[in-house]
Design a protein around this ligand. Sequence first.
Ligand code: HPA
Length: 280
Amino acid sequence: MTKFKEELERAYKSIESRIPFAPEIALVLGSGLGEYAESPDFDIVAEIPYGEIEGFPVSTVSGHDGRFVFGKVGGKNVVCMKGRVHYYEGYPVTQVVLPIRLMRRMGAQILLLTNAAGGVNPAYKPGDFVCITDHISSFVPSPLIGPNEDDFGVRFPDMSQVYSLRLRETLHKCADFLKINVKEGVYVQLTGPNYETPAEIRMVAKLGANLVGMSTVCEAMAARHMGMEICGISLVTNMACGVISGAVLSHEEVKETAAVAKERFTALVTAFIEGIQTGE
Ligand code: HPA
């Protein structure tokens, strides 16, 4: 057994008796979007703070509350990460993805990743939702580096369709029904914690990125390795540095845009969860 599986089993065993159900869907709530777990749409069944899980990385960022929240959404069993762990906090990337692996270990087959992102594509505007069609991982280490755990997945996993076409279609159908405009785009994960320079944004734009952020990609890779079906939604909280020249970026702005988008985000996530056909 690899050390990754040992760590995962230790974490799992430390909370096994407190997990109320085998979740069908795992949900990761991005910066400023954690309030979904307190919305009337999310019927809370149990909560486990990350600090009570053995060997668990604990988030340190303001606006990132660290706990698993288990609940029902439209009758479906959902486990939600209220607050994620970021690579820039100093944890090795294999630790950063431990919560994702744990949700898979609990039984989740579908993963909805949400994040706050900078808009690189000038056609976006703050407040837009973007369905992630693909990602660029090349600026952060792969969470799959190290001995391969064959129980998780194969040594050389395919990444030709990280973000499920089926789930993307479901998301667009729900968005159309709600009359919420959802765009599409490629997300690049950079390490952070600093925001980018204008030259860096010009670089990632040239490489084909439409969105820039500090999360999501390493989680998607670990989840795909384990055979999960993934959907990603970015909320454009600000235009990336230099896209609107002269604008200065702050975490406050990110949180403010997320707060304004809260109701639309809640409606979209709930409709999506209700609309997904589950069952392995
Ligand atoms: N850059 C990186 N990460 C982000 C941004 C950004 O502009 N906005 C929200 N998360």
